[in-house]
Design a protein. Structure first.
Length: 255
């Protein structure tokens, strides 16, 4: 269960009356970021830079980037929190299209218009977060996770974008897993299943946290990326070793 400390920051104001270490406090953000960076470096060192490894490494870097941004939002030690909020959201905005592309890659399916559309929508949101004035009304660090307040209507559209592409990837993963089961392609079946499980590993705990403690719903990006370190471990220690150095993936082709 997520429990809040008495740590609160808003703008340049900070009050701190508690020192308990909770699940997504700044020290844990640093630890999570360190794990994800080390996993990315290991992937680059260990494997040939195939499309799958490139997508996996980029995903790990984006996850680490969000943790770094959260840390500076909470501590205010470097730069302005709004700047880091923009950087953090740009990082996590890349994750759903990367995941969809990765699903195509591990399944050996050519990435065509669907993936290109996902990247196009990603680009639009990243530009919005980086350059649009007043994109964030404010922010707060609760001591457990960071709450980002997007301008009216932007949050709903972003939620549709984010979850829409994730569940699109899961839908195609289930579809292709059934195909691989029928054709007896056990290796691809296990990899696709592992990627689906990897996504569910951080989606289900986030949903559970939201049910147990509804106050966490306002910090979903932070909570989700806190649990996403579990996905990073599945990606690094189960999926990548099974993909290995085989370059069986078709590159992105738009038709």
């Amino acid at each position: 269960m997520l429990t809040s400390t008495n740590c609160y920051t808003h703008g340049n104001m900070r009050e701190r009356t508690g020192t308990r270490l909770n699940c997504f406090s700044p020290p844990v953000m640093v630890a999570t970021m360190t794990i994800e960076v080390l996993l990315a470096l290991y992937a680059v060192w260990r494997y040939k830079m195939t499309p799958v490894v490139r997508l996996a490494t980029t995903t790990l870097v984006m996850l680490a980037g969000f943790q770094l941004a959260e840390y500076f939002v909470c501590t205010g030690s470097v730069g302005h929190a709004i700047m880091w909020s923009r950087i953090g959201f740009a990082a996590i905005t890349a994750l759903p299209p990367l995941g969809l592309h990765l699903m195509h890659a591990v399944a050996g399916k050519p990435a065509r218009r669907l993936v290109a559309t996902a990247y196009a929508s990603m680009t639009a949101f990243i530009v919005f977060f980086l350059v649009f004035p007043g994109v964030f009304d404010n922010y707060q660090c609760t001591g457990n996770y960071v709450i980002f307040h997007l301008r009216p209507h932007a949050g709903g559209l972003y939620w549709i974008y984010y979850m829409g592409w994730i569940f699109t990837g899961i839908f195609y993963g289930i579809r292709w897993a059934n195909q691989f089961r029928q054709s007896g392609e056990t290796r691809k079946l296990k990899i696709v299943q592992a990627l689906i499980i990897g996504w569910l590993i951080f989606l289900l705990p986030t949903a559970t946290a939201n049910i147990v403690n509804p106050s966490t719903r306002s910090g979903i990006p932070s909570v989700m990326c806190g649990f996403a370190v579990l996905f990073a471990l599945v990606l690094s220690f189960y999926i990548l070793p099974r993909v290995g150095e085989e370059n069986h993936v078709a590159p992105l082709r738009v038709k």
